[in-house]
Design a protein around this ligand. Structure first.
Ligand code: FAD
Ligand code: 2HG
Ligand code: ZN
Length: 483
């Protein structure tokens, strides 16, 4: 990949323009004159420390008007940009590849509006997901998305990646919950579509292009989103199971018996739980080893009613030997502890050095076969083992069982070309053969750029390029990424 010479290089004059425009010193991190103030490197490096860019300038606009002026100036001067939220994305989309200017949204963090009757929340893109959810909790509502990075990701970033997360099976995707968007196009045009309406069939639904667009056509500055009532009765259970066949049976039974109160059904293989224990000494909730574990959460409006349902469910799955062992959280602390066995996995897998991550939609009956095949493949190539001689620590799988979304993770002692070659494109071919998706919820960014053809036809890719060219004719928005 080469830097595109059509883009201008940053000069002192550009930096001066941004400093004059944005005023406060902390709104511009200037790595050009080394008058940086704040360290610029964290903005150049992604969460996995796999991708590193070379920006010399980070700007943090404080309002939609400022975003508009920044983008217009960049567009007029052919300066390439990368929109950046909490920088927790897992496909290298939020960091520059070369010297693109980082436009960081963290200063745009106001909640603008909330209506307790309709549940509509309007907020700036830079609001941290957990902050939005805590605000809603005080008003007995919940943000319809939850994920392990909630403490640092931003709601604008969540929308830009169309993040799925832990409760999609209950609350649905961003495409369904987002009611409106305010965004800025590269030429500075403010797209004011912050509708609060649930229903609005008046032509093309243009906001959908920004949802999952990964910052390639404009910058989202605010969102309007429908937030459900927070359930007063929540329960969490954690099970050990002997086979993936039993995991599927348990899922069917959960849907059947817990139906409307089921709010999460997550899968973790035994290896992820062992690595959790090995890496941070975490005491696991169940004694003994099981090849699979599931976490079930229920959220309902009536404690007695929910408990009765859950107890009947537990009795049934234990009695039928679908589940070998299980534990039910007795209080809030135990609930968080059980959730940490699932949410803590991505962080722990980075413990050995690097991780190859694959976020895949696969027909549910074959969801785990890929992990087994990949483990066999890398083991027989002599790549997996306990000693430093072996680059691969293990091949593990976990994910959102309720959405048929597998996270195949391959923790390694170092990023290694030989390992990468043994995995790719095999993994994508395997998924394409089953009409799955090579990116279920993380997006394409730079990591999956070369592989879009495994999930999208030439016609679809051509239509995407036409949209890109229409919104961003100069190509300054997040260049070198998937489109
Ligand atoms: P960033 O990482 O900053 O950016 C992501 C992409 O969006 C980039 O392409 C960027 O250019 C673009 N972007 C950011 N903000 C804007 C904006 N305002 N306007 C336009 N474009 C923008 N994802 C899931 O789907 N489900 C999960 O369960 C999940 N769990 C995770 C757990 C952990 C521990 C981590 C580290 C990540 C997880 N993710 C998950 C990945 C997920 O994509 C991000 O956590 C989150 O959605 C990204 O938000 P962010 O603010 O950090 O965006
Ligand atoms: C999760 O579900 C995230 O925990 C991260 O989507 C998955 O790191 C991963 O592969
Ligand atoms: Zn996930």
């Amino acid at each position: 990949l080469k830097r595109d010479p059509k883009f201008a290089e940053i000069t002192k004059e550009h930096v001066t323009f941004f400093k004059d425009l944005l005023g406060s010193d902390s709104a511009v991190i200037d790595g050009l004159t080394k008058d940086a103030g704040e360290d610029i490197e964290p903005f150049n490096s992604d969460w996995m420390r796999k991708y590193r860019g070379h920006t010399k300038l980070v700007v943090k606009p404080g309002s939609t008007e400022e975003v508009s002026k920044v983008l217009k100036y960049c567009n007029d001067n052919m300066l390439a940009v990368v929109p950046q939220g909490g920088n927790t994305g897992l496909v290298g989309g939020s960091v520059p590849v070369f010297d693109e200017i980082v436009i960081n949204l963290s200063r745009m963090n106001n909640i603008r509006f909330f209506d307790e009757v309709s549940g509509v929340l309007v907020a700036d893109a830079g609001v941290i997901l957990e902050v939005a959810d805590n605000y809603l909790a005080e008003k007995s509502h919940i943000f319809p998305l939850d994920l392990g990075a909630k403490g640092s990701c931003q709601i604008g970033g969540n929308v830009a990646t169309n993040a799925g997360g832990l409760r999609l099976l209950r609350y649905g995707s961003m495409h369904g919950n987002i009611l409106g968007i305010e965004a800025v196009l590269p030429d500075g045009t403010i797209v004011d579509d912050l509708s609060k309406l649930r229903k609005n069939n008046t032509g093309y639904d243009i906001k959908q292009l920004f949802i999952g667009g990964e910052g390639t056509i404009g910058i989202i500055t605010a969102i309007s989103i429908l937030c459900p009532q927070r359930s007063p009765a929540m329960n969490v259970a954690y099970f050990g199971l002997e086979s993936f066949e039993k995991v599927q049976q348990a899922f069917r039974e959960a849907k059947n018996q817990l139906s409307e109160i089921l709010s999460a059904f997550e899968l973790m293989d035994g290896r992820t739980q062992k690595l959790l224990h090995k890496a941070n000494g975490k005491k696991l909730p169940l004694e003994g080893d099981h090849p699979f574990y599931c976490l079930i959460e229920t959220s309902g409006s009536n404690t007695e009613h929910d408990s009765a349902k859950l107890e009947a469910f537990l009795e049934y799955v234990m009695g039928e030997e679908i589940v070998s062992d299980g534990v039910l959280a007795q209080d809030q602390t135990q609930m968080l502890n059980l959730w940490s066995c699932r949410e803590g996995i991505p962080e722990v897998l980075g413990h050995w050095g690097g991780v190859y991550k694959y976020d895949l939609s696969i027909p549910i009956s074959e969801l785990y076969s890929l992990v087994e095949e990949m483990r066999e493949r890398l083991t027989s190539a002599g790549l997996v083992g306990d000693s430093d001689k072996h680059p691969v620590v293990d091949v593990v799988g976990y994910g959102h069982m309720g959405d048929s979304n597998l996270h195949l993770n391959i923790p390694t002692r170092r990023f290694d070309k030989e390992v990468e070659k043994a995995i790719e494109p095999f993994v994508y071919e395997w998924v394409a053969k089953r009409n799955g998706s090579i990116s279920a919820e993380h997006g394409l960014g730079i990591a999956k750029k070369a592989f879009i053809g495994y999930s999208r036809s030439d016609t679809m890719i051509k239509l995407m390029k036409q949209i890109k060219n229409l919104y961003d004719p100069n190509g300054i928005m997040n260049p070198y990424k998937y489109i």
